[in-house]
Design a binder for this molecule. Structure first.
Ligand SMILES: Cc1cc2nc3c(=O)[nH]c(=O)nc-3n(C[C@H](O)[C@H](O)[C@H](O)COP(=O)(O)OP(=O)(O)OC[C@H]3O[C@@H](n4cnc5c(N)ncnc54)[C@H](O)[C@@H]3O)c2cc1C
Length: 301
């Protein structure tokens, strides 16, 4: 079993970036619930602990929500600034011990198909602010901003490019008046990963769905938007649950794996899409006062 041989514990973002520049093969270490879990085959020899370097505050800044990448799932779940769809997604990590360690930045860095947070953040048009290891005290960081989906894809497809800005420092979520959103997932047992995850966001204009974004996890190697599904419902009033499921199911192309058969994932995935679309409630602003189905009643977004 491999074990970590070198451990750096910088106390600032600048120091973390300088450490990475000095040791380009090192991995950033956040909660370690992914990086250090498992049997050690993929365990890095060298890590840079970013626990003291990254912000973890969750703030409203004008029409943006700013979430520090160091925020843990438990902090997201307890935040009074976040809309219900994001706290729902954080709470879908059922194991509280893990929620106390696992961070937002680590969830994006791990970029797993079963991620609890990526689908809802894509649906909400989140952006990431990321820092480059080529920065150092002599060459200040200059945070770059990317659409979350673009950042994730460029990391996966062109590693040389993404390494230029591979440390997520903050996630920014635009607050859009009237936007409805919901997150739904399916797992095998209570503390399981999200085998299937679905996030939806849209507004209602002239009685029809507008600006629909549907992001699904568990239907392929990475969570992503499904433009063909979005096109089914854009501009029209949402049909019944049965009609939604019947339209969505043939457009899903999951694979069989040890978590579930392809046929099951298609069927259950279509049900989750219908659930997310039909249960999406207003998340921010004045419209949330009348539209929210907030299970914590007293909260106003
Ligand atoms: C028992 C258990 C249950 C779990 N349940 C769930 C679940 O329900 N839902 C779910 O989504 N996941 C789940 N996971 C997986 C894991 O907890 C999550 O992926 C978690 O968000 C990882 O965060 P972390 O802070 O522990 O990251 P780490 O394990 O420290 O790092 C993960 C990856 O991200 C990189 N990284 C860390 N921080 C950053 C950053 N700021 N910017 C860029 N890259 C970074 C690391 O280099 C590494 O590649 C579970 C894991 C366990 C052990």
């Amino acid at each position: 079993m491999k074990s970590v041989q070198r451990y750096a514990n910088p106390s600032s973002l600048q120091e973390a970036l300088a450490a990475r520049k000095a040791d380009p093969g090192a991995s950033y270490l956040a909660g370690g619930t992914c990086l250090l879990a498992g049997d050690g085959r993929d365990r890095p020899e060298s890590v840079i602990d970013v626990g003291r370097s990254l912000p973890r505050e969750i703030l409203r800044e004008g029409s943006l929500l700013s979430i520090g990448a160091g925020a843990t799932f438990q902090e997201l779940a307890e935040s009074r600034e976040l809309p219900p769809c994001v706290t729902d997604a954080a709470l879908s990590m059922v194991n509280r011990n893990t929620r106390n360690r696992a961070t937002l930045g680590g969830n994006l860095g791990a970029d797993k198909s079963c991620s609890s947070l990526i689908p809802i953040l894509i649906a909400l048009e989140a952006e990431v602010e990321a820092a480059s290891p080529s920065a150092s005290p002599a060459n200040p960081p200059g945070l770059e901003r990317f659409g979350l989906e673009a950042w994730l894809r460029s990391r996966a497809e062109a590693p040389d490019i993404w390494r230029a800005a591979d440390l997520v420092v903050r996630v920014l979520v635009p607050l859009v008046e009237g936007r409805r959103a919901a997150y739904r997932r399916w797992n095998r047992v209570a503390c399981d990963l999200s085998v299937l995850g679905v996030a939806a966001s849209y507004r209602i204009e002239d009685g029809g769905v507008s600006g629909l974004r549907l992001a699904l996890g568990g239907q392929g190697p990475k969570p992503r938007r499904f433009p063909a599904l979005e096109a089914l419902f854009e501009g029209v009033a949402l049909p019944s649950r049965e009609v939604i499921e019947e339209a969505v199911s043939p457009l899903l192309r999951p694979i069989d794996d040890l978590r579930a058969s392809a046929a099951f994932k298609r069927l259950r995935g279509a049900q989750l899409v219908a659930d997310a679309l039909l249960s999406a409630s207003a998340q921010y602003g004045a419209s949330a006062l009348s539209g929210a189905s907030d299970h914590r009643g007293e909260r106003i977004w």
